[in-house]
Design a binder for this molecule. Structure first.
Ligand SMILES: NC(=O)c1ccc[n+]([C@@H]2O[C@H](COP(=O)([O-])OP(=O)(O)OC[C@H]3O[C@@H](n4cnc5c(N)ncnc54)[C@H](O)[C@@H]3O)[C@@H](O)[C@H]2O)c1
Length: 248
């Protein structure tokens, strides 16, 4: 699938990895729906950047921790661009709390956004792709924390493990419609999520990464483009981008 002229949704694209993905898809000629929860100013800046390189962008503000938020994003993409060809489920939230101290509201918040929003958006995007008889591509942003145990990340890890399992099962189900579903599983990537980590903590983590550095959001974005445009016989896969961390 070539991205030129396609319609893409990228959730959580006002900043971080989502922003890099939105810009990378636009550079390939895709129309992009930039999605944010609250930072409309930042989302509009991403849209302006897309327009400045000759692309087409629209912006939607929506809380994806509720099903209605996912419905609003899908409706906006249909209204603005006429349909959905590409969905990148990226919006996510981290939480670092020992399991015995977790509040039910924390558990709910993480699962609602990191897992349930991916499921709802996939449900509605697949329905749109089938209805239009169009092939499509879905990329879910997971994390290697679904496979590497780090204390305090149990709920986050569970949400990402859920994404991995969901990706594999849905891919098998929708392959006959020409829809591919894959995941990208990054290790540590430099974004606002980890900007506040102490130097000591970062150095401890970097020692565990054979490439001895965190990844860059651009590197994740390029992998997403690779999955959409080049890896046309790949579905149900989880592509790990972690500087070699899982090879330990
Ligand atoms: N940064 C890393 O080291 C890393 C590593 C592995 C996986 N990931 C995953 O990559 C994805 C992006 O991470 P990031 O580092 O760019 O994070 P980030 O915090 O910079 O961005 C998260 C995005 O999600 C959006 N968001 C948050 N709550 C929302 C809600 N309720 N409704 C709608 N949107 C909401 C935010 O607006 C923001 O645009 C996440 O799924 C994260 O789990 C990140």
């Amino acid at each position: 699938m070539k991205l030129a002229g396609r319609n893409a949704i990228v959730t959580g694209s006002s900043r971080g990895i989502g922003r890099a993905i939105a810009l990378q898809l636009a550079r390939k000629g895709s129309n992009v729906l930039v999605c944010c929860q609250s930072r409309m100013d930042a989302a509009k800046e991403v849209a302006s950047e897309i327009e400045s390189i000759g692309g087409r962008a629209a912006v939607v503000q929506s809380d994806l921790s509720q099903e209605s938020g996912a419905v609003a994003v899908i409706k906006e993409c249909e209204r603005e661009f006429g349909g959905i060809d590409v969905l990148v489920n990226n919006a996510g939230v981290g939480i670092y709390t020992p399991v015995h101290l977790l509040e039910p509201s924390d558990i709910q918040r993480v699962l609602n956004l990191n897992l349930f929003s991916y499921i709802y958006l996939t449900k509605y995007a697949v329905a749109n792709m089938i209805e239009r008889g169009c092939p499509g591509c879905i990329v879910n942003i997971s994390s290697i924390l679904s496979r590497v145990g780090i204390p305090g990340t149990s709920v986050y890890a569970a949400s990402k493990g859920g994404i991995d399992a969901f990706t594999i099962a849905v891919a098998r189900e929708v392959a006959r419609f020409g829809i591919r579903v894959n995941a990208v599983s990054p290790g540590f990537i430099e974004t606002e999520i980890n900007r506040d980590w102490t130097l000591e903590y970062r150095e401890r983590l970097i020692k565990k990464i054979p490439m001895r550095r965190f990844g860059d959001p651009e590197e994740v974005a390029k992998a997403v483009v690779f999955i959409i445009e080049e890896a046309t016989y790949m579905t149900g896969q989880i592509l790990v981008l972690d500087g070699g961390q899982l090879s330990d």
